[in-house]
Design a protein around this ligand. Sequence first.
Ligand SMILES: Cc1cc2nc3c(=O)[nH]c(=O)nc-3n(C[C@H](O)[C@H](O)[C@H](O)COP(=O)(O)O)c2cc1C
Length: 378
Amino acid sequence: MSEILTIADLKDLARRRVPKMFFDYADSGAWTESTYRANEEDFGKIKFRQRVLVDMSNRSLESTMIGQNVAMPVALAPTGLTGMQHADGEMLAAQAAEEFGVPFTLSTMSICSIEDVASVTKKPFWFQLYVLRDKDFVLDLIDRAKAAKCSALVLTLDLQILGQRHKDIRNGLSAPPKMTLANIIDLALKPRWCLGIAGTSRRTFRNIVGHAKGVGDVSSLSSWTTEQFDPQLSWKDVAWIKERWGGKLILKGILDKEDALMAAQTGADAIVVSNHGGRQLDGAASSISVLEEIADAVGDRIEVHMDGGIRSGQDVLKALCLGAKGTYIGRPFLYGLGAMGKDGVTKALEIIRKEMDITLALCGKRLVTDMGKDQLRR
Ligand SMILES: Cc1cc2nc3c(=O)[nH]c(=O)nc-3n(C[C@H](O)[C@H](O)[C@H](O)COP(=O)(O)O)c2cc1C
């Protein structure tokens, strides 16, 4: 391939290097994938105002998210099985984010554990919590995140029941992959990936195996996880989680202004306007299309972040204009990771940074923190 210039270039390369079941796991949404597509498409409907003859020197993308300094307001979203896009994926992505100066969020459903990531990073990362039925395990996860000095807990609210993703069923998704004929043929075409995975001991859900009761090996794991998400999770639970955690709390998966107003009452530090990357409620609105309404509803009662469909720096700026203080990228960094490991994650961040910087200037602004509704054509 010629030079990598866009997130789409990284996606093409990842498609060639990552086993089909894991590439598809990233590149999929629930059912018809309509919300997954809408997340990206709706950014295209938003237009900037082009401004000229304004001083565009000394530009800065620096900002803060939940009071923490960020080189640009773009965090890495929590994504499960990241260590299957590339060997030791979570550790590499966390290092890339740390060096770049943006937050990395480790998923509960990661391959590398909280302790693995802490062992290769110097600055605090964020930890994403799924609330499972086994409350002792949840309490233990919170305590482990505290012990690892994580600087925020991201509580995911929109996956107490799993939206169906057809590709995962058809591919027989598992970590590590089962040695079926189709998988053996596919893996034979992905030698770089195989070599990486052969060289690491991190091949299953290391936050869970050895920590949760009744999960001693991988074979019991898949049934355990699907049964474990607690369908009775309620707003009351946010209170005890907040109390146990005692640090910065981010509520992820808000898509409705009534829920956003409830979230603001919990005393949490931020919400993430998100539909889980179109992987849960197919037919839900795109995140960007509801962002402004939600941001306006909560005002300054709680910080507003968003994710879903960001594929460029322009998309980040549009989200900031519509009221987000920060954004997250999921697939863009996963494609970078699958394509080129840690360098690919850095590349994804660099692509977005460059696009943001030049777009900011062409909008006639020098500070990313100055982007607001009046930079959009309406
Ligand atoms: C492969 C994959 C795995 C994900 N796993 C998790 C997860 O474990 N926890 C979570 O809160 N969100 C998870 N998400 C959702 C992301 O955190 C984020 O909301 C979404 O990816 C944003 O959309 P984008 O991929 O278009 O940037 C996952 C998303 C993807 C693509």
